[in-house]
Design a protein around this ligand. Structure first.
Ligand code: NDP
Length: 298
């Protein structure tokens, strides 16, 4: 019987994860189908209850459910526990295990962003949702000394800082109010800027005015598209990367968890590129419009 794997999010329309995972299942001769489930927060518990059945290999979880799904799991891996967020679920009998493969996904994206340069020690993170938790955890793990988090709702950034309190005891991890002049002055002290908000996901907006971006900055937008932020960063002379590498590597790690097999990384990368060229949209970063999508950075 064909096994089922589902992506649970809101929205999930035209997800690139489906193209990438289905190509990998087919390549490895695994009889499984990847489905997209658009579920509002109120429907999340029922969706989670449904995937306990034998018909399912597991699931991905995306915006806006990565934190909300945590208490619905029977067990969390160390990374899911440490981040307080789950993006991948596996099943052992009727028990559900919550994993966080955004963590290795972000590690790969950070390595690519920094390249051969020395790993910086200061970062500014915009956003405090499920994606931001994997980012902050990754920055702590590689030895960043100062990480400042800005979020529209300050209390959520404060909650994130509190969550990481013990693991960040040796460093300066701060939540600050989203105010343009404070962001600008903090940006002047940092080398890395990560956008982990969904600003730019469905419209052509940027979380920051382009004028505050200095050429020395390394800019990563988790959104899988050439957002306005990335276009402004390139225009300012910054090194700029989109969320493609993170999406690919979190997906490859999830594939291995569901199937026990190494992921066909190149094939998955090709399927992602083909899906993007075909104009599909990603649950992890919907193109802002025809023009930016067509010229999306790779
Ligand atoms: P969440 O729903 O958990 O968090 C959304 C974040 O965006 C919050 O910080 C929220 O702030 C902020 N936000 C949303 N709208 C606005 C707005 N209009 N103005 C200011 N802030 C806003 O989502 P995730 O953390 O799961 O995802 C965040 C982004 O990261 C998405 O675009 C997602 O596609 C991307 N992502 C990409 C990945 C990849 O593999 N490339 C992996 C993970 C995430 P507030 O708390 O104030 O509402």
């Amino acid at each position: 019987m064909t096994k089922r794997v589902v992506l649970i999010g809101h929205p999930v329309a035209h997800s690139l994860s489906g193209a990438m995972q289905q190509a990998a299942f087919d390549d490895k001769g695994i009889d499984a189908a990847y489905e997209l489930w658009d579920r509002a927060p109120i429907a999340l518990p029922d969706a989670i209850a449904e995937i306990r059945s034998e018909a399912f290999l597991g699931a991905n979880v995306t915006i806006p459910h990565k934190e909300r799904v945590v208490p619905l799991m029977d067990r969390l891996t160390d990374e899911a526990q440490a981040t307080g967020a789950v993006n991948t679920i596996t099943r052992e009998g009727r028990r559900l295990i919550g994993h966080n493969t955004d963590v290795p996904g972000f590690a790969a994206a950070l390595d690519q962003l920094v390249g051969r340069a020395k790993m910086p020690r200061q970062a500014l993170v915009l956003g405090a949702g499920g994606g931001a938790r994997a980012v902050v955890y990754g920055l702590i793990r590689v030895g960043f000394q100062r990480v400042v988090i800005f979020n529209r709702h300050l209390h959520r950034a404060e909650g994130l800082v509190k969550h990481f309190g013990r693991s960040a005891a040796h460093m300066d991890l701060k939540a600050m109010p989203w105010h343009p002049s404070i962001i600008e002055s903090e940006l002047a002290k940092t080398r890395i800027l990560v956008n982990a908000t969904s600003i730019g996901l469905t419209g052509d907006q940027s979380p920051l005015p382009g004028a505050v971006l200095a050429p020395e900055l390394l800019v990563l937008d988790l959104i899988y598209n050439r957002t306005r932020l990335l276009r402004d960063a390139e225009a300012a002379g910054c090194t700029a990367r989109d969320g493609e590498t993170m999406l690919l590597h979190q997906g490859a790690a999830a594939f291995t968890l569901w199937t026990g097999q190494p992921a066909p990384l190149e094939l998955m990368a090709g399927a992602l590129a083909a899906a993007r060229a075909g104009g599909l949209r990603s649950a992890e970063g919907e193109p802002a419009g025809d023009e930016p999508a067509a010229t999306a950075a790779g």
